[in-house]
Design a protein around this ligand. Structure first.
Ligand SMILES: NC(=O)C1=CN([C@@H]2O[C@H](COP(=O)(O)OP(=O)(O)OC[C@H]3O[C@@H](n4cnc5c(N)ncnc54)[C@H](O)[C@@H]3O)[C@@H](O)[C@H]2O)C=CC1
Ligand SMILES: O=C(O)/C=C/C=C(\O)C(=O)O
Length: 468
């Protein structure tokens, strides 16, 4: 069997070898999932499946620090973020979907027929079957559990392919789920890459009944082509080029805190991160100066230190991509108002560090303001009127998230509703309600997950019609 290196992004050092699944192993995983369904998992009473999710949440809590350590080592993200966001959300994902599935009901209609008779129409939902779950490296455990919690609660068996960059927590979760009593074959993990490796073998496998994928738009298109011959349902949460609109009535300090989080969280490697900041002209300099101060106050350091706010990028390849965009922006005439290069990191200089970077002087025509960069970078662009701001923000092929910053709530509602995005925040960012629909339009995805939207993706409805 082949293996590949697991690399610590903070140091660039190899810390483990990971087995790469070949097509035979992927086939065995898919078959194991199918057998688990056939042995009765799909028909297990809902309360038993829900109880499994609750025990899984308890199990993650019991091994909380193991998950934190695995996530920090795989990603280089600050330990405080791994604790407060990634692993905490994994627990919440299991508990929330346990509650949602336990409470879920179904629609029913009485239909009037000729002659005074009626028919009762009701819906039963059955699991999709074997679901391929392909997740990226930025929020590995958060995004994995966001998908497998509802998938398992709905009676599916899953074959998970975590990113080659972040293999650890998916395997750790296998231990927790086994301890929690998940029947054999319900949760399977295959490690490896995309094309010519486990990702491709999985999406092309004839035994897959659906694919849920989070990652880049290009890879989403590949996955779509792979499942097209067998016409399988897909749920895609893809990239973003998210806008923030900052009106000049806003409380500048409050807005700056939120804006800064939205640009720099997870070193800009969240699909929801802001990469375009449109600022009403009167306060443009205040916002630019304030964001520069906040960028310069970030502490890029040892991920294991509680004081660290910002980790490295995920990989050398990804840093190349982000550095290329720094060049692209400068060639387009951008003024770098902070950052713009690779920081001096002493003992950590082997890692994939990059300076938080802000630009002025770009327009919506420039590539750095149009293409997803996925780093701690943003272009600051002035506007004069509300109409102009809405047009600029919506001038993108993506459509995942937007944020609007204003003290005029009527304007906040109006502009948020006019964003061509799956989610629009007003005076906040990355505030998540797990029952709400989550996903994007355009290049940002297909479908929605979250709350009952997840239940709809992970089940197939059958309408039963009974003449009374
Ligand atoms: N949630 C998001 O919006 C994310 C966006 N990205 C963007 O994608 C860019 C590239 O990063 P990658 O790690 O290459 O992301 P990617 O989208 O290629 O990878 C995501 C997952 O898909 C798998 N994959 C890749 N090719 C596949 C294929 N042909 N068939 C099946 N599975 C496949 C990968 O192994 C990984 O598990 C980043 O620079 C960033 O801009 C990356 C990660 C998350
Ligand atoms: O909160 C969530 O469910 C998801 C957040 C982020 C992503 O989906 C992403 O970065 O891909």
């Amino acid at each position: 069997m082949q293996s590949f290196d697991a690399v610590d992004p903070a140091t660039g050092k190899v810390f483990a070898q990971v087995h790469e699944a070949d097509d035979v192993l992927v086939g065995r995983a898919v078959n194991a999932a199918r057998r688990a369904l056939d042995r009765g998992w799909a028909d297990t009473p809902v309360q038993e499946r829900v109880a499994l999710l609750r025990r899984a949440a308890d199990g993650i809590e019991r091994r909380f620090e193991d998950f934190v350590a695995a996530e920090v080592r795989d990603t280089g993200k600050p330990v405080t973020q791994a604790r407060n966001l990634d692993v905490a959300r994994a627990v919440l994902n299991f508990r929330t979907f346990a509650d949602i599935v336990a409470a879920a009901g179904e629609e029913a209609y009485l239909t009037d027929l000729s002659g005074g008779r009626q028919a009762l129409n009701y819906t039963v939902r059955k699991p999709l079957g074997v679901v391929a779950v392909i997740v990226p490296w930025n929020l590995p455990l958060l995004l994995l559990t966001w998908k497998i919690a509802p998938a398992l609660a709905c009676g599916n068996a899953v074959v998970v392919k975590p990113s080659e960059e972040t293999p650890s927590t998916a395997s750790l979760l296998a231990e927790v789920l086994a301890e929690a009593g998940a029947p054999k074959g319900v949760y399977n993990v295959v490690h490896g890459f995309g094309s010519g490796s486990a990702g491709q073998y999985l999406t092309q496998h004839h035994g897959i009944d659906g694919v849920t994928f989070t990652g880049s738009s290009d890879t989403g298109a590949h996955v779509m082509r792979a499942v097209a011959p067998r016409v399988r349902p897909v749920s895609f949460e893809l990239g973003g080029k998210n806008a923030a609109i900052v009106f000049d009535d806003v409380d500048v300090d409050d807005a700056l805190d939120g804006l800064s989080r939205s640009v720099f969280t997870n070193t800009g490697q969240v699909c929801l991160c802001t990469e375009r900041v449109y600022v009403q002209r009167r306060i443009f300099d205040d916002i630019a100066d304030g964001l520069v101060r906040r960028a310069q106050a970030l502490r890029l350091s040892d991920p294991w230190s509680d004081d660290t706010t910002t980790g490295p990028l995920i990989s050398e390849k990804h840093r190349h991509k982000v550095l290329d965009y720094l060049t692209v922006a400068e060639e387009a005439g951008a003024t770098v108002i902070t950052g713009g290069g690779v920081p001096t990191m002493g003992a950590l200089s082997g890692g994939w560090w990059i300076e938080p970077t802000l630009w002025t002087g770009l327009t919506n025509k420039d590539r750095a303001a149009r293409e997803e960069i996925f780093g701690p970078v943003a272009a600051l662009i002035p506007f004069d009127t509300t109409e102009e701001a809405v047009t600029l923000a919506n001038d993108t092929d993506y459509g995942l998230a937007a944020s609007v910053w204003t003290n005029d709530l009527r304007r906040g509602h109006d502009v948020a509703q006019r964003m061509r995005t799956g989610i629009s925040w007003v005076n906040t960012w990355f505030t998540r309600e797990l029952r709400s629909p989550f996903g994007g339009v355009g290049l940002s995805g297909i479908g929605r997950e979250g709350g009952e939207h997840s239940l709809h993706f992970y089940t197939e409805p059958t309408n039963v019609c009974v003449q009374l």
